[in-house]
Design a protein around this ligand. Structure first.
Ligand SMILES: [Zn+2]
Length: 345
């Protein structure tokens, strides 16, 4: 029997060397194996050929069943992968998945709430992240890992040694580099199948026009001026906003989409603190993993929003107190007198 298998392996290799198509080689193997089986069954005991073939038709039958099971399993896998590609959402217009991408996103495609259509929606999504700092670091890495096809990064700063305690997208050897450059390198090292658009500038009234090129914006900036302006500009452009903020041990996050009935950031926080009243992370400090927790939540909410999975933080504010390991979620509503999204705006 081993002799037959070796002969078949040799023939397979010879076929491969001569460029014979896999299908023809499979057919030849099947015919050979079938002939061996017929010979085993037909020849009487003691015949030399029968001894060469293994002398026992039951071993032949057992190997045949094993091979059939293996081939059937491989065929099923191929079918499932093919279905994941063809099950595209109605909105999908561009891009198809390379085989390596299917392997990469297999654990996503397995999820009932994401599946092939959700993964396709992620690939077609364009997400802008304001700030490649503490919150932006995990948010950007997870958006890239999740397969968000187009990721914009806006940040004017360069990497400083004091950033590395929590801004994990940057590396020690990147100190002095523009943050957008450092973040872009890290993203493409993680997932070369996504497109990164770096904007090395502050978010202001002029640069806000870039919002029109995106389906969703994540704000992880570290100051109130930017946070209020991003909220206002996103509301005007009708782009949904996932905005988060952290200080010391506490963070909060929500999804603001006033174009679709949810409050905006200013509905919830109408009184802008006087400059210098609320200390920044640089002044008050921040626990290293806290931006990791809240920034990963930003990416999670983005994935859910894009794939329409589950219940997002639309109309709800999540507050996480890391020092006492407590999380609260409160309902929030639009304010009719909101200067950004209220009546008359
Ligand atoms: Zn509002």
């Amino acid at each position: 029997m081993i002799g037959v298998l070796l002969f078949m392996a040799g023939l397979w290799a010879l076929g491969a060397a001569f460029g014979t198509p896999r299908r023809s080689r499979f057919l030849a193997m099947a015919v050979l194996w079938g002939l061996a089986g017929v010979a085993l069954a037909a020849l009487s005991a003691g015949q030399p050929l029968r001894r060469i073939l293994g002398d026992d038709v039951r071993v032949w039958a057992a190997l045949t069943v094993l091979a059939a099971l293996g081939l059937g399993y491989a065929w099923l896998l191929t079918r499932l992968k093919a279905r994941a590609v063809t099950d595209q959402p109605k909105t999908a217009t561009t891009g198809t998945f390379a085989p390596a991408e299917l392997d990469r996103y297999a654990r996503h495609i397995l999820l009932r709430e994401i599946g092939g259509p959700g993964q396709k929606a992620l690939k077609n999504a364009r997400v802008l992240v304001i700030g490649a700092g503490g919150l932006g670091s995990p948010a950007l890495l997870y958006l890239a890992a999740a397969g968000v096809g187009c990721i914009g990064i806006m940040d004017a700063d360069v990497v400083d040694a004091s950033n590395l305690q929590r801004q994990i997208i940057h590396k020690d050897k990147g100190i002095g580099l523009a943050k957008v450059q450092s973040a872009r390198d890290a993203i493409l090292a993680l997932n070369p199948y996504v497109t990164v658009r770096p904007y090395q500038r502050r978010f202001d009234a002029d640069t806000a026009t870039v919002l029109q090129d995106y389906d969703l914006v994540l704000d992880g900036s570290d100051n109130f001026d930017t946070r209020y302006l991003v909220n206002k500009m996103a509301a005007q452009a009708g782009v949904p906003l996932i905005s988060a903020a952290i200080t010391q041990w506490e963070g909060q996050i929500s999804l603001y989409d006033p174009a679709h009935g949810t409050p905006c950031y200013e509905c919830i926080f109408p009184d802008r603190p006087a400059p210098g009243l609320v200390p920044t992370c640089a002044e008050a400090g921040v626990a290293a993993p806290l931006p990791g927790v809240i920034g990963a939540m930003m990416a999670m909410e983005a994935v859910k929003h894009i794939t329409q999975a589950g219940l997002t933080l639309r109309g709800r504010l999540l507050i996480h107190d890391a020092l006492y390991a407590e999380t609260r979620v409160i309902e929030i509503t639009q304010r009719s007198d909101c200067p950004v999204c209220g009546v008359g705006h």
